[in-house]
Write a protein that binds this ligand. Structure first.
Ligand SMILES: *Cc1c(COP(=O)(O)O)cnc(C)c1O
Ligand SMILES: [Zn+2]
Length: 419
C-alpha cells in the first residue's frame, strides 16, 4: 500500500472498517449520510517519517506531510496553504479583558481556512485519476475548491445557496468553476450535491462526508501546537466557530496527535461557537431536546441547519474539557468591527464569531480572566463587504473641498494650536 501510515477508515457510529485506498464516503450501514468515516493512522510510521523540528518556521501545511493521508508518490496540489501567523493581540486583549492571541487563517490563498482541506481533496482526486471534482458549500469551500481545482487542472462543479455573498460567488467564477447557485438553503444544496455525486460519479469534497478532506484541517492544530512550543506556553483555550463542525474537529484531532506523540506537553480546552440562529451542534453538545434545523444568521459560513459532523465536532469540547456557546448576529458584527479596529485584522462574520464567543464565555464564567485564549479567524472579510457595512456604517461622502474636511475635523490651525 502506498499510504503506509493510513490503517483504515472507521465508522464513527458502528466502528466497521473500510479500505482507505478505495473511494468511499460514508458507512452504508446507516441511513442518509450519518455514517461518517474517520481516518485512522499508524503513529509509529508517522513518528518515524516526521522530522519533529518544531522551530516555528512553517512555510505551509505540507511541513506535516507525514500526517496527511496522501500517497507517497502523489503529486501535491498546493498554493502554500497554512503556516498562518499567530499574533499577539494586546489591544484586543485589553478590550476583552483576557489575554488573547489571533491565528489569522483568513490569510490563506483563497482567503479562508478551507484551503487546508481543498489541497488534500484535489491532490487525492488527481492521484485517483478523477477529472471532475464537486462540492456543496455555503460559499468558502466552493471558492476554495475551485481555486485548487484550477491549480491542479481539474474541472470543478459546485453547489452553493443562491443567497451567498457576492464575493463568494464571483471568486469561483474567476477560478473557472461551473457555479450552480441553488434556489434554496445550504442544506438543500448539500443534498442535491450528494445525489449528483451518486449519479455522475464526480469526486466529492463535501464537508464531513469525504473522510479525507477534514484531515487537512488537522494542520491548524499541528501549527498551534508547534507555535505553542515556540512560545513556551500552551493556551488555555482555542476558539473556533462551527458550521458543519469539521473545522473544530480537525483542529482538535491535530493538536491531540502532537500531544499524544509527546511533541507538546499540554493541550488547550476547545470552545466551539455557533450563532443563535444555527445552533444544532451546541444543542447536541448541551443535551438540549427538540433540536431544530433552521439556519438563520448573518454569518453565512456557519449558517448550517443540519450539521454533517456533529459527532466529531462534539468530541473536541468533550475530550478537551471545553465547552460551546451561542452568540447573536449583533454580537458577531460588533466582534468583526472590534477585531478590525483593535488589531487591523479583517475577518468575515464567521471569522469574527470566535471573538464574540470569548465575550460570551467570559460572561458565563466559562473562560476565566487569568487564562489565555487563541481565537482562530477562519475567513477574510473582503469576501462579504455587505455585512461589514452593517457593522461599521458607511463612509463620509464629501466634495473635493478643504472646507468639507474642516467641517469634519475643525480648522487646521486651531487643531495644530491645540496639540
Ligand atoms: C466553513 C467555515 C467555518 C465553519 O467550518 P465547519 O467545518 O463547517 O464547522 C467557519 N468559518 C469560515 C470562514 C468558514 O468558511
Ligand atoms: Zn457504520
Amino acid at each position: 500500500m502506498a499510504m503506509d501510515h493510513v490503517t483504515t477508515l472507521e465508522c464513527t457510529i458502528c466502528e466497521r472498517e473500510y479500505d482507505p485506498d478505495q473511494i468511499i464516503y460514508t458507512c452504508p450501514e446507516h441511513e442518509g449520510v450519518k455514517g461518517i468515516l474517520e481516518v485512522k493512522y499508524d503513529y509509529d510510521v508517522i513518528d518515524d517519517n516526521f522530522d519533529a523540528d518544531l522551530d516555528g518556521d512553517i512555510q505551509s501545511q505540507w511541513k506535516y506531510e507525514a500526517f496527511l493521508p496522501v500517497d507517497d508518490d502523489a503529486e501535491v496540489v498546493t498554493l502554500n496553504e497554512g503556516g498562518t501567523d499567530l499574533f499577539d493581540a494586546p489591544n484586543l486583549s485589553e478590550e476583552l479583558g483576557v489575554e488573547t492571541l489571533v491565528k489569522d487563517d483568513g490569510r490563506n490563498p483563497t482567503g479562508c481556512f478551507k484551503d487546508r482541506a481543498s489541497s488534500i481533496a484535489v491532490t487525492k482526486a488527481k492521484h485517483a485519476g478523477r477529472d471532475i471534482i464537486t462540492c456543496a458549500s455555503t460559499g468558502n469551500a466552493a471558492a476554495s475548491l475551485s481555486g485548487y481545482a484550477a491549480r491542479g487542472g481539474l474541472d470543478c462543479r459546485i453547489f452553493v445557496p443562491g443567497a451567498a455573498p457576492a464575493g463568494k460567488l464571483a471568486q469561483p467564477l474567476v477560478y473557472g468553476a461551473d457555479v450552480l447557485a441553488v434556489n434554496g438553503s445550504y442544506d438543500e444544496a448539500y443534498d442535491l450535491s450528494v445525489e449528483v455525486t451518486d449519479e455522475y460519479g464526480w469526486y466529492n469534497r463535501n464537508a464531513a462526508i469525504n473522510p479525507f478532506q477534514v484531515e487537512g484541517k488537522r494542520t491548524v492544530g499541528h501549527e498551534l501546537a508547534e507555535q505553542s512550543v515556540v512560545r513556551g506556553e500552551v493556551p488555555d483555550w482555542v476558539v473556533f466557530s462551527m458550521g458543519d463542525g469539521c473545522t473544530i474537529a480537525g483542529a482538535w484531532k491535530g493538536f491531540k496527535e502532537f500531544y499524544d506523540l509527546g511533541y507538546v506537553d499540554d493541550y488547550p480546552k476547545m470552545l466551539g461557537v455557533q450563532a443563535e440562529g444555527a445552533s444544532a451542534i451546541h444543542d447536541a453538545f448541551q443535551g438540549h431536546e427538540d433540536i431544530d434545523d433552521i439556519a438563520d444568521t448573518i454569518a453565512d459560513s456557519i449558517a448550517v441547519g443540519r450539521p454533517r459532523n456533529t459527532i466529531k465536532a462534539c468530541r473536541a469540547p468533550q475530550e478537551s474539557g471545553g465547552d460551546t456557546v451561542l452568540v447573536s448576529d449583533e454580537d458577531i458584527l460588533e466582534a468583526e468591527k472590534l477585531l478590525g479596529t483593535t488589531e487591523g485584522i479583517y475577518a468575515e462574520p464567521a471569522g469574527a464569531t470566535p471573538v464574540a464567543g470569548v465575550q460570551e464565555a467570559l460572561e458565563q464564567g466559562i473562560i476565566e480572566r487569568d487564562e489565555t485564549v487563541v481565537v482562530v479567524s477562519t475567513g477574510f472579510g473582503l469576501k462579504d463587504t455587505e455585512s461589514a457595512k452593517k457593522a461599521t456604517g458607511d463612509v463620509n461622502r464629501i466634495e473635493a473641498e478643504l472646507s468639507e474636511v474642516e467641517a469634519l475635523f475643525g480648522d487646521a490651525q486651531a487643531a495644530a494650536a491645540d496639540d
